[in-house]
Design a protein around this ligand. Structure first.
Ligand code: GDP
Ligand code: ZN
Length: 345
């Protein structure tokens, strides 16, 4: 297996590269780190510092079309061996994005091409079914396969209770109880780290994500805050990896952006996380019932009869409202963008 294949390179990606490299001379690589719009790109035989080609920046419909950690890119290496240029971002099979900071709703990709999303919670905080549902919605949307990890199992005497509660909220999603402190159960997570596969971690701060990464990567992990020469001006900046390739197989993505993820994409996600509500909704009086104030709502009836858990229903309403707010702001922006365009033509 080549180094690129260990990073997740496939024949589909090779075909995608060929289609953007009509003239030849581009080489494939995976973005391992972003820092002030400079990217560290891992290729077959080395790492390059690369900047995004002006053309990509000008033609991008939004920030989400710019390179992100985990992306496969086509770079033109500099003949003198200095900085390379990212000429194309190859199509993503999954991605996590968030609303970027500021008043404008813009989408920013924080991790791309993730196969498995490890959603980590600490058992020291008990099991929060609503928070689990929230993160599951985010993961479902990304197209990555979610896995629920209950960390700090060493702090719990009777694991069966919390495990049962978490399983009820997680539905078909696999659930693992682990302790990154003792190492118990952590090896079970290695099944998601086959050579060429990519795992990313998300979950509330303090749940133990960094500790799990350290366990999984073992002595291979680079110390955080490592000092390395960074940019052409010779400035030294402490950086730590956002994408790590394990010697034992697999790639782990742990970016700061993943840690403050907010809901983004309006398509899907909620439906997959609440299949029980979807099924009940089939018999609502109105086809487009939002299960809120509509008469003849089968979902509300199920809550009243106790068939559907009220907390779960309220969680659904909250997520739906949040989504509608994002959709509304997005439409507003599109509307404004359209006006601006018309004015300039
Ligand atoms: P992150 O914010 O999700 O990356 O969490 P960290 O990995 O920084 O861990 C947060 C805190 O929880 C640290 O003080 C860790 O030592 C502690 N911690 C992490 N994993 C475990 C565990 O399995 N058991 C116990 N008891 N503490 C843990
Ligand atoms: Zn309804």
């Amino acid at each position: 297996m080549t180094r690129l294949e260990q990073l997740g390179w496939t024949s589909e990606r090779a075909a995608a590269l060929a289609s953007v490299d009509a003239g030849g001379g581009l080489i494939p690589g995976r973005v391992g780190l972003e820092h002030n719009h400079v990217f560290r790109v891992l290729t077959e035989d080395r790492e390059w510092l690369a900047e995004t080609a002006g053309r990509i920046k000008h033609e991008a419909a939004g920030r989400h079309e710019l390179p992100a950690v985990g992306d496969w890119v086509a770079i033109r290496p500099d003949p003198q061996g200095a900085r390379a240029v990212i000429k194309a971002v190859l199509p993503r099979h999954s991605w996590f994005s968030r609303k970027s900071a500021g008043r404008e709703t813009t989408e920013q990709v924080v991790a791309a091409n993730v196969d498995t999303a490890l959603i980590v919670f600490g058992l020291d905080k008990g099991v929060n079914a609503r928070a689990i549902e929230r993160y599951l919605v985010v993961a479902q949307r990304s197209q990555a396969r979610p896995v629920l990890v209950l960390n700090k199992a060493d702090l719990v005497e009777q694991i069966e209770g919390p495990l049962g509660e978490a399983r009820a909220a997680a539905g078909a999603t696999p659930v693992h109880a682990v302790s990154s402190r003792t190492g118990a159960g952590v090896h079970e997570l290695e099944r998601y780290l086959q050579a060429g596969s990519t795992v990313a971690l998300l979950g509330p701060s303090g749940a133990g994500k960094s500790s799990i990464v350290n366990r999984l990567v073992g002595a291979e992990v680079l110390p955080t805050g490592e000092v390395r020469p960074w940019d052409a001006r010779g400035r030294h900046t402490s950086v730590h990896r956002q994408l790590v390739r394990r010697e034992a197989g697999g790639v782990i993505i742990d970016t700061p952006g993943m840690r403050e993820l907010q809901l983004w994409d309006p398509e899907g996600g909620i439906a997959e996380t609440f299949p029980d509500l979807e099924a009940l909704g089939e018999t609502c009086r109105f086809r487009d019932c939002r299960h809120h104030r509509e008469p003849g709502c089968a979902v509300k009836a199920a809550v009243e009869s106790g068939e559907l858990d009220r907390g779960r229903y309220e969680s659904f309403l909250k997520l739906q409202a949040e989504q509608e707010e994002i959709d509304r702001r997005r439409q507003e922006l599109e509307h404004q963008g359209g006006k601006r365009k018309r004015r300039t033509t």
